[in-house]
Design a protein around this ligand. Structure first.
Ligand code: MG
Length: 359
């Protein structure tokens, strides 16, 4: 008993020896082109940058808050203000840290992702290994990434298509007026395969099926979130009839959501801002695979920091949609790159902040 008390005291004093600081500040992500979705259009995405320093090692994290997630700079900063930095002293304790963060509030997953990414960054820097190596993944042939073309005037669309030239797969937002015309416009310029993201924009399973059958003849790879995320019955009906795979995005947030939707979708789109970071995203990929579901790794509009963190899981993905950093004009990090249209992961540990950039 006495021995146990001594060990406990030693552990407590070791933890107390670590100096931990948590710093955060708003950083708005400026979009290079207006982003037009089924429900809205915007030119910027609110974000918060996070820095956790344990002793002398700083890890970077990021929260990106597209409006549909229901988070804001205020809600993220409010959550972060409640985090006790001393509870983050062990950067490898992802399960315990996750439980601690969940005890503060059940949601706020973009804020939790920022902390999780920063701790993964520190752990990577301590071990001197990139995360794909710590996961034991094979990076010899990573998937092509898709490049999003959102609807616009013909002149702007021609510009966007010219910029998309290095990418082998295009992604198109549908569920907006004129979406078939957009597909036909693109098809007049290129025969590259297209992924379609409807963002819940189609109103009935039959309308979705009609559109999917039309798209199946136009070299489309899959359809993301065709119907409202709550319409499980509609997606089940569609899964049985669709000639193209149906992928859940808005309908799936964390690993806990996956079992219930396995019979309604062919696959899931994993994003760190939904899952609360890399730890649950890894669990999501493994669980989806075990249920026979396809895995897609996506992102929000984010800097190279969060996109590179998501890209560590690219070897587990059937498809990746990691263009969030390419769509912004004020990136402050250097990380994963796209080489010949494929994700390419650096073999160095951690993430590097660009030098000479002010906040
Ligand atoms: Mg989507």
């Amino acid at each position: 008993m006495k021995k146990l008390s001594v060990i406990l005291l030693m552990m407590l004093s070791m933890q107390a020896l670590h100096a931990v600081t948590l710093r955060y500040y708003p950083y708005e992500l400026k979009l290079r082109h207006a982003f037009n979705l089924a429900s809205m259009s915007r030119r910027a995405t609110p974000g918060v940058q996070v820095e956790i320093t344990i002793d002398s090692i700083t890890g970077y994290g990021e929260a990106s808050m597209p409006p549909y997630l229901g988070e804001s700079v205020e809600s993220v900063c409010d959550f972060l203000s409640k985090v006790d930095p001393d509870r983050l002293a062990d950067p490898f304790a992802f399960e315990q840290t996750g439980r601690y963060l969940d005890s503060i509030a059940p949601g706020n997953r973009a804020a939790k992702a920022a902390i999780d990414i920063a701790l993964h960054d520190i752990a990577s820097k301590i071990t001197g290994q990139p995360w794909w190596r710590l996961y034991g993944l094979d990076t010899s042939e990573l998937p092509f990434t898709s490049y999003t073309i959102s609807n616009d005037t013909p002149d702007e669309l021609r510009k966007k298509l010219a910029e998309s030239e290095p990418y082998k797969i295009l992604k198109v937002k549908m569920g907006v007026e004129g979406d078939r015309e957009l597909i036909e416009f693109i098809r007049r310029h290129t025969d590259r395969p297209i992924c379609v993201d409807v963002n819940q924009g189609w109103h009935s399973p039959q309308e979705a099926l009609d559109n999917i059958q039309w798209l199946a003849q136009r070299n489309v790879i899959f359809i993301e979130q065709p119907l409202d995320k709550t319409d499980m019955e509609g997606h089940r009906w569609l899964k049985q009839r669709s000639p193209l795979p149906i992928i859940a995005d808005e309908a799936v947030q964390t690993s806990a959501d996956i079992p219930a939707l396995a019979d309604a979708y062919h696959g899931i789109n994993i994003k760190l801002m939904k899952s609360g970071g890399m730890h649950d995203a890894y669990k999501m990929a493994m669980l989806a695979k075990s249920l026979g579901l396809k895995v897609m790794i996506g992102c929000m509009t984010e800097t190279s920091l969060a996109v590179s963190a998501a890209a560590q899981l690219a070897p587990l993905a059937d498809w990746v949609d990691l263009d969030g950093n390419l769509l912004i004009a004020n990136d402050i990090f250097e990380g994963m790159t796209i080489v010949d249209g494929r994700v390419s992961l650096p073999s160095s540990a951690g993430i590097a902040r660009k030098t000479g950039i002010s906040e």
